[in-house]
Design a protein around this ligand. Structure first.
Ligand SMILES: C[S@@+](CC[C@H](N)C(=O)[O-])C[C@H]1O[C@@H](n2cnc3c(N)ncnc32)[C@H](O)[C@@H]1O
Length: 287
């Protein structure tokens, strides 16, 4: 199967998921169909599930091109590009550590997030977590590359993404090596902010750098096991409000890796929920 056939099959599978993320976003279907995900994935990556020896297997494009390409277009699989901030190398082979610090997010989640973000042509967009540059390429296809700023904390990762974007003629986005929790004030205010790394608390700088009515989409840690995608509308004066639109699982932004008490983060406590069960099913609500 060639790459175009893989893309077509991936779109077909994502179309069967509840939510129909492509349906009312023709630009997204077109961008997904024309931007090569394979171009942005390194030659050697780790599969995110342990094998029978308890190791994360390595996929190598050179030795197993078919298997590698199949993995790239498996809709619900993120491929791991960095472990322990680069202390472990793909040259070391299969990995035992699950301290994943960079990846290409799974295709289905990339599409789901861009659906919710709903960027418009000409929007000034800030992405936190450039990673491979794939999501940035999809964003640039919609907003125009010169309207996109993408921030990556890891210099090696950022440089690789910059090169990959340039090789595809996407040379205009501003790729910045910095801590994305500070946003990027030089290009503010933003119409859309998308983070592809998870926070426990929304960084104040993000709120301050939004235009009134601007949209923030970010994974946020929850007390329920999964992370949630928070879709917020900013007022342009340091506040934002919105909904949790989906359950996801993401790696943390670097300085929010250490778990904080939920009560400090504004979450209800478990005793704040009431569960009623009966023959008709059960119901959980906040008291
Ligand atoms: C899931 S990956 C991003 C996937 C990426 N959007 C793509 O299309 O390949 C998360 C990225 O966030 C980066 N990251 C973590 N903390 C960060 C921070 N504080 N500022 C900027 N980037 C950060 C990681 O280095 C990693 O590359």
């Amino acid at each position: 199967m060639d790459e175009q056939q893989h893309i077509a099959r991936c779109i077909e599978t994502i179309d069967t998921y509840r939510g129909g993320y492509f349906n009312d976003r023709p630009w997204l279907r077109e961008a997904f169909g024309s931007v090569s995900r394979a171009h942005f994935v390194p030659e050697r990556v780790w599969w995110p599930e342990r094998d029978e020896d308890g190791l994360f297997p390595l996929l190598d494009r050179t030795t197993e091109p078919e298997r590698w390409l199949d993995a790239v277009y498996t809709p619900r699989i993120a491929l791991i590009t960095q472990i322990e901030d680069g202390k472990i190398s793909t040259q070391d082979g299969p990995a035992r550590s699950n301290a994943f610090t960079s990846s290409i997010s799974c295709a289905a989640v990339v599409v789901q997030m861009l659906h919710h973000l709903d960027p418009q042509p000409g929007d000034n967009v800030l992405e936190i977590g450039t990673g491979t540059g794939y999501n940035a390429a999809l964003l640039a296809a919609r907003t125009g590359a010169s309207h996109l700023t993408t921030v990556e904390i890891d210099p090696v990762t950022a440089e690789r993404a910059r090169t990959a974007l340039h090789a595809r003629g996407v040379s205009a986005p501003t790729v910045v090596v910095a801590d994305g929790e500070d946003g990027y004030p030089a290009r503010a205010p933003y119409d859309r902010l998308i983070s592809t790394a998870c926070v426990q608390e929304i960084p104040p700088a993000w709120l301050e750098q939004m235009r009134p009515g601007g949209t923030i989409l970010t994974p946020i840690a929850t007390p329920f096991g999964d992370d949630a995608l928070a879709l917020l509308v900013a007022d342009g004066h340091g506040h934002a409000r919105g909904r949790l639109v989906a359950a996801v699982s993401f790696m943390r932004v670097r300085s929010q890796r250490e778990r904080r008490p939920w009560r400090e983060l504004g979450w209800p406590r478990l005793p704040d929920f009431e569960l009623a069960a009966g023959p008709d099913g059960q119901n959980v609500r906040q008291r």
